[in-house]
Design a binder for this molecule. Structure first.
Ligand SMILES: *[C@@H]1O[C@H](CO)[C@@H](O)[C@H](O)[C@H]1NC(C)=O
Ligand SMILES: *[C@@H]1O[C@H](CO)[C@@H](O)[C@H](O)[C@H]1NC(C)=O
Ligand SMILES: *[C@@H]1O[C@H](CO)[C@@H](O)[C@H](O)[C@H]1NC(C)=O
Ligand SMILES: *[C@@H]1O[C@H](CO)[C@@H](O)[C@H](O)[C@H]1NC(C)=O
Length: 375
């Protein structure tokens, strides 16, 4: 055991510091969660050894460059040497954030984690530098179910997904990419994700319709059921429909909430056919003044809450829906607490009495709309 090298050996002290720096790592009493924040100017990376028995590990690099670890990592050229040690790690969830990391180091660590039982990996606020090593001959990395990336930039731009993918076993189910620097993926290099059921591209406000078309690699997500596109700069539901059609993506649930979908529909996209699989559509917080035309003819769930509908939609304006949510629309809010911009032509009477819930929410609604007015 004494000589068994392991992943965390990479973290052996490169830099030693005086004892007056605060402890970077905290482990809970049950040794389940361990979090390190190496924010000091000369962190003692060996503190990360405390996490060796934890199930959930979070390591933040304080914005430091991890370049010095690269040589060390490359010393362990054959990961089979320490497979047993890695297999003994309890880690199931790992978060790595706030660092500059060479692509070769990141992918090398993934290869090593191929011997672990890691299920969920989150990368946050990372700058990935340099070029990727050639892909392994067979899938070498961890059998992740979930991969989340937020604010990760790659020196190689849009080919990042194609470079990362061969270092993961093919069973990935959930992929989340927020605050991406490039979602113009090199789709021809991306392989199929045979088990991916959830793709969440929310919180990429610069994406828009064209960006979405570039991000949804055609026919690479055959098992997709949930597609989340909250806050992605989309302007009409039809634009989303067109991007889905172009990519041959057939989700069951589509979340378009928190986009400003009130723009008039682009005539060139009119007539877009929604996937027949689609049964749940979220159009909440979308600034809609009327129900968009051309929605799927039948849905199980349609969420139109927190829009700007001034009257109750007429049945012919709506798809056939089992579960319709209209909370937080002005027509449900009593006249007195209605914000000025939404007071309507006098002849229109609210279609039905406001529910106690919507009355309770009206204060929040006024606030939200006030915030929007200044946004
Ligand atoms: C890490 O430490 C820095 C500096 O003390 C702090 O600003 C930051 O919020 C911490 N990050 C986390 C995730 O706790
Ligand atoms: C994104 O990550 C970089 C490090 O790569 C960091 O400097 C920047 O502050 C992060 N941005 C946000 C909005 O957190
Ligand atoms: C729709 O999206 C909103 C905002 O993102 C969320 O709060 C709500 O729970 C979603 N509705 C459904 C039915 O999932
Ligand atoms: C309607 O959908 C929401 C969100 O999916 C769910 O929480 C709620 O239970 C559903 N209601 C009915 C009556 O099916």
């Amino acid at each position: 055991m004494a000589r068994a090298p392991c992943l965390l050996l990479l973290l052996l002290p490169l830099l030693r510091v005086s004892a007056d720096t605060p402890e970077p790592c905290e482990v809970d009493d049950e040794d389940v969660r361990c979090a390190c924040n190496f924010s000091g100017s000369q962190p003692d990376w060996s503190e990360a050894f405390q996490c060796i028995g934890s199930v959930e590990v979070e390591i933040r690099g304080g914005g430091h460059s991890l370049e010095p670890f690269l040589k060390r990592a490359e010393g362990y050229s054959d990961p089979r040497q320490y497979a047993d040690t890695i297999k003994a790690l309890r880690v199931r969830r790992l978060t790595v954030g706030a660092a500059r990391v060479p692509a070769r180091l990141l992918l090398g660590v993934l290869r090593v984690l191929g011997y672990s039982r890691l299920k969920e990996l989150t990368l946050e606020d990372l700058e990935v530098t340099g070029t990727a090593p050639p892909p392994p001959l067979e899938a070498a990395g961890p059998a992740l179910s979930t991969l989340r990336l937020r604010n990760v930039s790659w020196a190689t731009g849009g080919s990042w997904l194609a470079e990362l993918q061969p270092w993961l076993k093919p069973g990935l189910k959930v992929l989340t990419v927020a605050d991406a620097h490039s979602l113009a993926l090199s789709c021809e290099q991306v392989r199929t994700f045979p088990a991916l059921t959830t793709l969440d591209l929310s919180d990429n406000p610069g994406l828009g319709e064209r960006g979405l078309t570039a991000a949804l690699c055609p026919h690479k997500f055959p098992a997709l059921q949930n597609l989340a596109l909250r806050n992605t700069g989309l302007q009409t539901p039809t634009a989303a429909c067109a991007a889905l059609a172009a990519a041959g993506v057939q989700p069951h649930r589509l979340d378009l909430s928190r986009n400003s979908l009130g723009a008039p529909a682009n005539p060139s996209a009119a007539g877009c056919t929604w996937p027949s699989t689609l049964n749940s559509l979220n159009l909440s917080f979308a600034g809609l003044q009327q129900v968009p035309k051309g929605l799927p003819a039948k849905l199980s769930v349609l969420d139109l809450s927190y829009n700007r509908l001034n009257r109750e939609p007429r049945p012919e304006e709506l798809p056939k829906v089992d579960n319709l949510t209209l909370d937080g629309n002005p027509f449900l809010v009593p006249e007195a607490s209605k914000p000025q911009e939404h007071s309507m032509n006098s002849g229109v009477v609210p279609a039905r009495a406001p529910s106690p819930l919507s009355v309770g929410m009206s204060g929040t609604l006024v606030l939200l709309q006030g915030v929007r007015a200044f946004a």
